[in-house]
Design a protein around this ligand. Structure first.
Ligand code: ADP
Ligand code: TRP
Length: 326
Protein backbone atom coordinates (compact mmCIF):
# COMPACT_ATOMS: atom_id res chain seq x y z
CA UNK A 1 0.00 0.00 0.00
CA UNK A 2 1.34 3.41 -0.94
CA UNK A 3 2.17 5.80 1.86
CA UNK A 4 0.20 9.00 1.31
CA UNK A 5 0.72 12.18 3.36
CA UNK A 6 -0.50 15.75 3.39
CA UNK A 7 -1.12 18.58 5.83
CA UNK A 8 -3.18 21.74 6.08
CA UNK A 9 -2.60 24.98 7.96
CA UNK A 10 -5.08 25.91 10.69
CA UNK A 11 -4.87 29.57 9.76
CA UNK A 12 -8.52 30.33 8.94
CA UNK A 13 -11.81 28.75 7.90
CA UNK A 14 -11.17 25.88 5.51
CA UNK A 15 -12.89 26.50 2.20
CA UNK A 16 -14.11 24.60 -0.84
CA UNK A 17 -10.75 25.18 -2.59
CA UNK A 18 -9.06 23.31 0.25
CA UNK A 19 -11.82 20.71 0.09
CA UNK A 20 -11.48 19.83 -3.60
CA UNK A 21 -7.72 20.46 -3.82
CA UNK A 22 -6.65 18.50 -0.79
CA UNK A 23 -9.21 17.30 1.76
CA UNK A 24 -11.49 15.27 -0.51
CA UNK A 25 -8.62 13.47 -2.27
CA UNK A 26 -7.06 12.68 1.13
CA UNK A 27 -10.32 11.26 2.48
CA UNK A 28 -10.62 9.08 -0.63
CA UNK A 29 -7.06 7.81 -0.22
CA UNK A 30 -7.79 6.29 3.18
CA UNK A 31 -9.65 3.43 1.47
CA UNK A 32 -6.60 1.91 -0.16
CA UNK A 33 -3.44 3.47 1.19
CA UNK A 34 -1.51 4.11 4.34
CA UNK A 35 -2.73 7.64 5.05
CA UNK A 36 -0.95 10.31 7.10
CA UNK A 37 -2.97 13.47 7.60
CA UNK A 38 -2.02 16.32 9.91
CA UNK A 39 -2.67 19.89 10.89
CA UNK A 40 0.42 21.98 10.38
CA UNK A 41 0.31 24.45 13.24
CA UNK A 42 4.07 25.19 13.17
CA UNK A 43 3.63 26.33 9.58
CA UNK A 44 0.63 28.46 10.50
CA UNK A 45 2.86 30.39 12.91
CA UNK A 46 4.40 32.06 9.88
CA UNK A 47 1.17 34.09 9.75
CA UNK A 48 -0.72 33.62 13.04
CA UNK A 49 0.70 35.11 16.25
CA UNK A 50 -2.32 34.82 18.49
CA UNK A 51 -2.32 31.83 20.83
CA UNK A 52 -6.07 31.53 21.20
CA UNK A 53 -6.65 31.84 17.46
CA UNK A 54 -4.05 29.21 16.60
CA UNK A 55 -5.38 26.76 19.20
CA UNK A 56 -8.98 27.36 18.08
CA UNK A 57 -8.03 27.02 14.42
CA UNK A 58 -6.30 23.72 15.15
CA UNK A 59 -9.41 22.16 16.71
CA UNK A 60 -11.66 23.64 14.01
CA UNK A 61 -9.52 22.11 11.27
CA UNK A 62 -9.60 18.74 13.07
CA UNK A 63 -13.39 18.98 13.33
CA UNK A 64 -13.64 19.80 9.63
CA UNK A 65 -11.61 16.76 8.62
CA UNK A 66 -13.45 14.38 10.93
CA UNK A 67 -16.87 15.69 9.89
CA UNK A 68 -15.97 15.34 6.22
CA UNK A 69 -15.14 11.69 6.69
CA UNK A 70 -11.55 11.28 7.78
CA UNK A 71 -11.58 8.03 9.72
CA UNK A 72 -8.98 7.85 12.51
CA UNK A 73 -9.15 4.05 12.37
CA UNK A 74 -8.09 4.01 8.75
CA UNK A 75 -5.51 6.79 8.93
CA UNK A 76 -2.95 8.49 11.14
CA UNK A 77 -4.32 11.91 12.08
CA UNK A 78 -2.44 14.31 14.35
CA UNK A 79 -1.22 17.84 15.00
CA UNK A 80 2.26 18.67 13.68
CA UNK A 81 3.66 20.17 16.89
CA UNK A 82 2.84 17.03 18.91
CA UNK A 83 5.59 15.16 17.04
CA UNK A 84 8.61 17.18 18.12
CA UNK A 85 10.97 14.94 16.12
CA UNK A 86 10.03 17.03 13.09
CA UNK A 87 11.99 19.96 14.52
CA UNK A 88 15.16 17.93 14.84
CA UNK A 89 14.88 16.73 11.27
CA UNK A 90 14.19 20.30 10.12
CA UNK A 91 17.49 21.46 11.58
CA UNK A 92 19.41 18.56 10.08
CA UNK A 93 17.89 19.13 6.64
CA UNK A 94 18.48 22.87 6.86
CA UNK A 95 22.21 22.20 6.95
CA UNK A 96 21.95 20.63 3.51
CA UNK A 97 19.54 23.09 1.92
CA UNK A 98 21.06 25.72 -0.32
CA UNK A 99 20.04 29.32 0.26
CA UNK A 100 19.53 29.59 -3.50
CA UNK A 101 16.89 26.85 -3.45
CA UNK A 102 14.88 28.70 -0.81
CA UNK A 103 15.32 32.04 -2.56
CA UNK A 104 13.63 30.59 -5.66
CA UNK A 105 10.45 29.55 -3.80
CA UNK A 106 7.39 31.10 -5.53
CA UNK A 107 5.28 31.20 -2.42
CA UNK A 108 8.02 33.04 -0.49
CA UNK A 109 8.62 35.47 -3.36
CA UNK A 110 4.85 36.12 -3.70
CA UNK A 111 4.51 36.96 -0.03
CA UNK A 112 7.48 39.34 -0.18
CA UNK A 113 5.98 40.94 -3.32
CA UNK A 114 2.73 41.47 -1.36
CA UNK A 115 4.73 43.61 1.06
CA UNK A 116 5.08 41.15 3.94
CA UNK A 117 8.34 41.59 5.87
CA UNK A 118 9.59 38.01 5.80
CA UNK A 119 10.62 36.20 8.98
CA UNK A 120 13.28 33.51 8.98
CA UNK A 121 10.43 31.04 9.56
CA UNK A 122 8.71 32.08 6.34
CA UNK A 123 11.99 31.68 4.45
CA UNK A 124 12.68 28.28 6.00
CA UNK A 125 9.06 27.09 5.54
CA UNK A 126 9.93 24.59 2.77
CA UNK A 127 12.57 22.91 4.98
CA UNK A 128 10.00 22.23 7.69
CA UNK A 129 7.68 20.93 4.98
CA UNK A 130 10.45 18.64 3.69
CA UNK A 131 10.96 17.33 7.23
CA UNK A 132 7.18 16.70 7.50
CA UNK A 133 7.30 14.51 4.44
CA UNK A 134 10.65 12.77 4.83
CA UNK A 135 10.15 11.95 8.51
CA UNK A 136 7.44 9.48 7.47
CA UNK A 137 9.08 8.33 4.24
CA UNK A 138 5.92 9.37 2.41
CA UNK A 139 5.57 8.44 -1.27
CA UNK A 140 2.52 10.38 -2.50
CA UNK A 141 1.61 13.92 -1.50
CA UNK A 142 -1.89 15.09 -2.56
CA UNK A 143 -1.83 18.90 -2.76
CA UNK A 144 -3.16 21.73 -4.88
CA UNK A 145 -1.06 23.06 -7.74
CA UNK A 146 0.44 25.89 -5.65
CA UNK A 147 2.31 23.38 -3.48
CA UNK A 148 4.01 21.52 -6.32
CA UNK A 149 7.25 23.46 -6.04
CA UNK A 150 7.48 22.71 -2.32
CA UNK A 151 7.36 18.99 -3.09
CA UNK A 152 10.05 19.42 -5.74
CA UNK A 153 12.18 21.20 -3.14
CA UNK A 154 11.60 18.30 -0.75
CA UNK A 155 12.93 15.96 -3.41
CA UNK A 156 16.01 18.16 -3.93
CA UNK A 157 16.73 18.21 -0.20
CA UNK A 158 16.27 14.42 0.04
CA UNK A 159 18.58 13.90 -2.93
CA UNK A 160 21.28 16.04 -1.24
CA UNK A 161 20.98 14.04 1.97
CA UNK A 162 21.02 10.69 0.16
CA UNK A 163 24.05 11.82 -1.82
CA UNK A 164 26.02 12.85 1.24
CA UNK A 165 25.00 10.07 3.64
CA UNK A 166 23.82 7.21 1.42
CA UNK A 167 20.28 6.10 0.49
CA UNK A 168 18.05 7.18 3.36
CA UNK A 169 14.95 8.96 2.14
CA UNK A 170 12.22 7.92 -0.24
CA UNK A 171 11.64 10.59 -2.92
CA UNK A 172 8.01 11.79 -2.73
CA UNK A 173 5.74 12.52 -5.70
CA UNK A 174 3.12 15.29 -5.70
CA UNK A 175 -0.40 14.16 -6.63
CA UNK A 176 -2.31 17.00 -8.24
CA UNK A 177 -5.77 16.55 -9.64
CA UNK A 178 -5.50 18.18 -13.05
CA UNK A 179 -9.18 18.72 -13.81
CA UNK A 180 -9.81 20.76 -10.69
CA UNK A 181 -6.30 22.03 -10.15
CA UNK A 182 -7.48 25.43 -8.92
CA UNK A 183 -10.89 26.31 -7.53
CA UNK A 184 -11.74 29.95 -8.31
CA UNK A 185 -12.73 32.33 -5.54
CA UNK A 186 -15.59 34.86 -5.38
CA UNK A 187 -13.54 37.31 -7.45
CA UNK A 188 -12.26 34.78 -10.00
CA UNK A 189 -8.72 34.62 -8.57
CA UNK A 190 -7.60 31.40 -6.86
CA UNK A 191 -9.81 30.81 -3.84
CA UNK A 192 -7.54 31.52 -0.88
CA UNK A 193 -7.73 32.53 2.77
CA UNK A 194 -5.21 35.24 2.00
CA UNK A 195 -7.45 36.90 -0.64
CA UNK A 196 -10.59 36.85 1.50
CA UNK A 197 -12.51 35.48 -1.47
CA UNK A 198 -13.51 32.10 -0.08
CA UNK A 199 -16.61 30.02 0.38
CA UNK A 200 -15.96 28.29 3.70
CA UNK A 201 -17.12 24.67 3.87
CA UNK A 202 -19.04 25.16 7.09
CA UNK A 203 -21.02 28.39 7.31
CA UNK A 204 -24.41 29.33 8.72
CA UNK A 205 -27.03 29.46 5.93
CA UNK A 206 -27.43 33.23 5.82
CA UNK A 207 -23.68 33.80 5.53
CA UNK A 208 -23.33 31.15 2.88
CA UNK A 209 -26.03 32.91 0.90
CA UNK A 210 -24.24 36.24 1.21
CA UNK A 211 -21.01 34.71 -0.08
CA UNK A 212 -22.65 33.02 -3.05
CA UNK A 213 -24.59 36.15 -3.98
CA UNK A 214 -21.35 38.15 -3.95
CA UNK A 215 -19.64 36.03 -6.64
CA UNK A 216 -18.39 38.47 -9.26
CA UNK A 217 -20.05 38.19 -12.71
CA UNK A 218 -20.00 40.39 -15.81
CA UNK A 219 -22.75 42.82 -16.77
CA UNK A 220 -24.35 40.92 -19.68
CA UNK A 221 -28.08 41.84 -19.60
CA UNK A 222 -30.59 39.22 -18.50
CA UNK A 223 -32.05 38.55 -21.98
CA UNK A 224 -28.71 37.99 -23.67
CA UNK A 225 -26.90 34.71 -24.09
CA UNK A 226 -23.99 34.21 -21.65
CA UNK A 227 -20.72 32.32 -21.86
CA UNK A 228 -20.65 29.58 -19.20
CA UNK A 229 -16.96 28.91 -19.71
CA UNK A 230 -15.83 32.31 -18.47
CA UNK A 231 -18.26 32.51 -15.54
CA UNK A 232 -17.19 31.92 -11.90
CA UNK A 233 -20.64 30.79 -10.86
CA UNK A 234 -20.65 28.09 -13.54
CA UNK A 235 -17.09 27.02 -12.64
CA UNK A 236 -18.16 26.48 -9.03
CA UNK A 237 -21.45 24.83 -10.03
CA UNK A 238 -19.52 22.25 -12.06
CA UNK A 239 -17.77 21.05 -8.90
CA UNK A 240 -21.06 19.98 -7.31
CA UNK A 241 -23.52 19.21 -10.09
CA UNK A 242 -24.21 15.98 -11.97
CA UNK A 243 -23.35 15.99 -15.69
CA UNK A 244 -27.08 16.35 -16.57
CA UNK A 245 -27.41 19.42 -14.37
CA UNK A 246 -24.22 20.92 -15.80
CA UNK A 247 -25.56 20.38 -19.31
CA UNK A 248 -28.88 21.96 -18.38
CA UNK A 249 -27.24 25.04 -16.89
CA UNK A 250 -25.00 25.38 -19.93
CA UNK A 251 -28.11 25.47 -22.14
CA UNK A 252 -29.73 28.10 -19.89
CA UNK A 253 -26.63 30.31 -20.17
CA UNK A 254 -26.51 29.99 -23.93
CA UNK A 255 -30.26 30.44 -24.38
CA UNK A 256 -30.58 33.88 -22.76
CA UNK A 257 -33.28 35.10 -20.38
CA UNK A 258 -31.35 33.42 -17.62
CA UNK A 259 -29.66 35.74 -15.12
CA UNK A 260 -26.61 35.20 -12.92
CA UNK A 261 -28.97 35.49 -9.95
CA UNK A 262 -30.74 32.30 -11.10
CA UNK A 263 -27.46 30.49 -11.46
CA UNK A 264 -26.32 31.63 -8.02
CA UNK A 265 -29.53 30.30 -6.44
CA UNK A 266 -29.00 26.91 -8.05
CA UNK A 267 -25.40 26.87 -6.87
CA UNK A 268 -26.47 27.79 -3.33
CA UNK A 269 -29.01 25.01 -3.14
CA UNK A 270 -26.51 22.42 -4.37
CA UNK A 271 -23.88 23.63 -1.91
CA UNK A 272 -26.33 23.36 0.97
CA UNK A 273 -27.44 19.93 -0.10
CA UNK A 274 -23.88 18.68 -0.58
CA UNK A 275 -22.53 19.73 2.82
CA UNK A 276 -25.72 19.24 4.91
CA UNK A 277 -24.88 15.76 6.25
CA UNK A 278 -21.33 16.86 7.09
CA UNK A 279 -22.66 19.96 8.81
CA UNK A 280 -24.77 17.81 11.09
CA UNK A 281 -21.89 15.53 11.93
CA UNK A 282 -19.68 18.52 12.66
CA UNK A 283 -22.21 20.01 15.09
CA UNK A 284 -22.30 16.68 16.94
CA UNK A 285 -18.50 16.39 17.12
CA UNK A 286 -18.09 20.02 18.20
CA UNK A 287 -20.08 19.31 21.37
CA UNK A 288 -17.17 17.25 22.59
CA UNK A 289 -13.72 18.71 21.97
CA UNK A 290 -12.21 16.21 24.45
CA UNK A 291 -13.06 13.38 22.05
CA UNK A 292 -11.34 15.19 19.21
CA UNK A 293 -8.23 15.75 21.34
CA UNK A 294 -8.28 12.08 22.25
CA UNK A 295 -8.39 11.07 18.59
CA UNK A 296 -5.45 13.38 17.86
CA UNK A 297 -3.47 11.93 20.76
CA UNK A 298 -3.91 8.42 19.39
CA UNK A 299 -2.70 9.67 16.03
CA UNK A 300 0.30 11.33 17.66
CA UNK A 301 1.38 8.07 19.27
CA UNK A 302 1.24 6.25 15.92
CA UNK A 303 3.02 9.06 14.09
CA UNK A 304 5.79 9.26 16.69
CA UNK A 305 6.45 5.54 16.36
CA UNK A 306 7.11 5.99 12.63
CA UNK A 307 9.07 9.20 13.16
CA UNK A 308 11.38 7.52 15.69
CA UNK A 309 12.55 4.99 13.09
CA UNK A 310 13.62 7.70 10.64
CA UNK A 311 15.20 9.91 13.30
CA UNK A 312 17.28 7.05 14.61
CA UNK A 313 18.54 6.23 11.15
CA UNK A 314 19.36 9.88 10.43
CA UNK A 315 21.13 10.30 13.78
CA UNK A 316 23.28 7.26 13.01
CA UNK A 317 24.17 8.38 9.52
CA UNK A 318 25.02 11.93 10.48
CA UNK A 319 27.06 11.07 13.59
CA UNK A 320 24.66 12.77 15.97
CA UNK A 321 24.30 9.34 17.59
CA UNK A 322 28.00 9.63 18.48
CA UNK A 323 27.93 6.89 21.13
CA UNK A 324 27.21 4.30 18.44
CA UNK A 325 30.55 5.13 16.83
CA UNK A 326 32.51 3.91 19.90
P1 ADP B 1 -5.01 29.05 1.27
O1 ADP B 1 -4.51 29.52 -0.06
O2 ADP B 1 -6.46 29.28 1.42
O3 ADP B 1 -4.21 29.63 2.43
P2 ADP B 1 -3.54 26.67 1.81
O4 ADP B 1 -2.31 27.25 1.20
O5 ADP B 1 -3.59 26.49 3.32
O6 ADP B 1 -4.82 27.50 1.33
O7 ADP B 1 -3.82 25.27 1.12
C1 ADP B 1 -4.13 24.04 1.74
C2 ADP B 1 -4.30 22.99 0.68
O8 ADP B 1 -5.45 23.29 -0.15
C3 ADP B 1 -3.12 22.91 -0.30
O9 ADP B 1 -2.92 21.59 -0.69
C4 ADP B 1 -3.56 23.77 -1.45
O10 ADP B 1 -2.90 23.44 -2.64
C5 ADP B 1 -5.06 23.45 -1.51
N1 ADP B 1 -5.78 24.61 -2.06
C6 ADP B 1 -5.88 25.84 -1.51
N2 ADP B 1 -6.61 26.66 -2.27
C7 ADP B 1 -7.01 25.93 -3.35
C8 ADP B 1 -7.79 26.22 -4.52
N3 ADP B 1 -8.33 27.42 -4.70
N4 ADP B 1 -7.96 25.25 -5.41
C9 ADP B 1 -7.43 24.02 -5.22
N5 ADP B 1 -6.68 23.68 -4.15
C10 ADP B 1 -6.46 24.61 -3.21
N1 TRP C 1 2.50 24.03 2.83
C1 TRP C 1 1.27 23.32 2.79
C2 TRP C 1 0.13 24.32 2.46
O1 TRP C 1 0.20 25.48 2.77
C3 TRP C 1 0.97 22.64 4.09
C4 TRP C 1 1.95 21.57 4.44
C5 TRP C 1 2.86 21.58 5.44
C6 TRP C 1 2.08 20.31 3.78
N2 TRP C 1 3.56 20.42 5.47
C7 TRP C 1 3.11 19.63 4.46
C8 TRP C 1 1.44 19.73 2.69
C9 TRP C 1 3.52 18.34 4.06
C10 TRP C 1 1.84 18.45 2.29
C11 TRP C 1 2.88 17.77 2.96
O2 TRP C 1 -0.86 23.90 1.94
Amino acid sequence: MARVLSGIQPSGNLHIGNYFGMMKPMIEYQQNSELYCFIVNYHAMTSVHDGRRLAQGTIEAALDFLALGLDPHKSIFWVQSDVIEVQELTWILSTMTNMGLLERAHSYKDKVAQGITPSHGLFAYPVLMAADILLYQAEIIPVGKDQKQHIEMTRDIAISFNHEFGETFVLPEPQISEELATVPGLDGRKMSKSYDNTIPIFLPKSELKKRVMSIVTDSTPLEQSKDPDTCNVFALYKLFASSEKIQAMRQHYLGGNYGYGHAKKELLSLLEEYFAPYQERRLELAKNPATVIDILQHGTAKAREKAAITIELVREKTGLAYKKFF
